[in-house]
Each structure stands twice: as structure tokens, then as C-alpha cells.
Design a protein around this ligand. Structure first.
Ligand SMILES: [Zn+2]
Length: 201
């Protein structure tokens, strides 16, 4: 059964607590159906694993918030240029990869869902790129240990992500990152020479 996180908000249990067949008609997606926390023995720490396959574009985990923060810390998720928040559930336990199988999508409660950007098999670890949510990375070791063939060597934020990777990730990143890029482009572009990009979210 899914891991129960201590920070689960009391108001959110009703929609997710019942897993009996008669609850199957509910339109609410249980946040932690199909995923589980697994501890690895090799000292790599905890990871979140898929317990069933996910297709590209499928929502793997629905995000929810358990509180706001005034500043960045190692557990915070950046949700705006100067805004951070604390996610509940297993979202905060998902590890970084420079070639991740998940991206993020802002949902109706201003939390990040995890969405498959590659086919994910049962038993495979879920990963995302921290640069998909943070403009800068201030609280992680400089050397990246993700082990991906295309590892960029250090865990950088969106600010330092190569343009090709930004294109690769498409819409599966925090929307404010595109807004900040637009701002920077606008400030540095010559007057009158700006081709403003419009993003859906
Ligand atoms: Zn890496």
C-alpha cells in the first residue's frame, strides 16, 4: 500500500482514503496510486518508484501544497519569481535527473503534478529535473550524481540550463520560468526589436 506521509493535510484524506471498489467512480485522482516510496540500500537515499507503467503525457502524481514559505530552503519548491511553497505527499521525494522521465505541470491548486515525458515501466524510479521548477539552485551539492548519459555535471537551475534542454522540456516546466526568460529578454533586447513570446500558462 502507498506510503502515508505525515504532512498529509487533514482535509485531503476524504478523497484519497477510500480505496474500495465503490469509490472507483470518483473523478478525483488519488495522488499516490501507482507510485511508492522506496529506500535504496546503496546510500542513494529514498526514491519514488512507479508500481505500474505510465504512458507519455500521463499524470503520474497529483501535487498538493501543505504550506507557503517566505524564502527558499532545501525542501521548498519555487512556484513564482519570489514565491516558494511546501508540497505534501511523495512529490518532494522525487530525485533529480539531467535526463528525467517526468516533467512538472502547475495544477488548479498551484501545486505541481508530475507528468511522464518518457514511457515509464513498473519498478522504474521517477525523476525530474530540478531546473524544471527552480530558477536557481542554492541548496544542492555542486556535483550531480544522477548517472544519466547526458548528465550536465552539476545540478543547475533553469537560469543555467542550455537552451536545447529548455526546448526539450517544452511546457512541462514551471510557467513562471518562461515568464522570467521573457522578462530578461525584454530587458536585454534593443528597444523595438522584441518579439514577445506567448506561453499558454
Ligand atoms: Zn546529472
Amino acid at each position: 500500500m502507498p506510503h502515508v506521509h505525515p504532512s498529509r493535510p487533514p482535509g485531503a484524506t476524504a478523497s484519497r482514503g477510500g480505496r474500495s471498489p465503490e469509490c472507483g467512480a470518483s473523478t478525483q485522482v488519488p495522488e499516490e496510486e501507482g507510485v511508492e516510496l522506496r529506500r535504496t540500500a546503496e546510500g542513494k537515499g529514498d526514491g519514488v518508484m512507479a508500481t505500474r507503467p505510465f504512458a507519455v503525457g500521463e499524470t503520474v502524481m497529483v501535487g498538493f501544497l501543505v504550506g507557503g514559505l517566505t524564502g527558499n530552503d532545501s525542501h521548498a519548491t519555487q512556484v513564482g519569481p519570489g514565491r516558494w511553497a511546501l508540497h505534501g505527499g511523495l512529490g518532494p521525494m522525487v530525485n533529480h535527473s539531467c535526463d528525467p522521465n517526468c516533467g512538472v505541470r502547475l495544477n488548479d491548486v498551484q501545486a505541481f503534478d508530475f507528468v511522464a515525458r518518457q514511457p515509464i515501466g513498473a519498478g522504474q524510479e521517477l525523476t525530474f529535473d530540478y531546473a524544471m521548477r527552480n530558477f536557481t539552485i542554492d541548496h544542492f551539492p555542486a556535483v550531480c550524481l544522477c548517472g544519466a548519459a547526458r548528465c550536465r555535471g552539476s545540478v543547475t537551475g533553469w537560469k543555467d540550463l542550455p537552451a536545447a534542454r529548455k526546448t526539450d522540456y517544452g511546457e512541462l516546466v514551471a510557467p513562471y520560468l518562461h515568464t522570467m526568460d521573457d522578462e530578461i529578454r525584454r530587458r536585454t533586447a534593443p528597444i523595438g526589436g522584441v518579439d514577445r513570446q506567448v506561453h499558454r500558462r
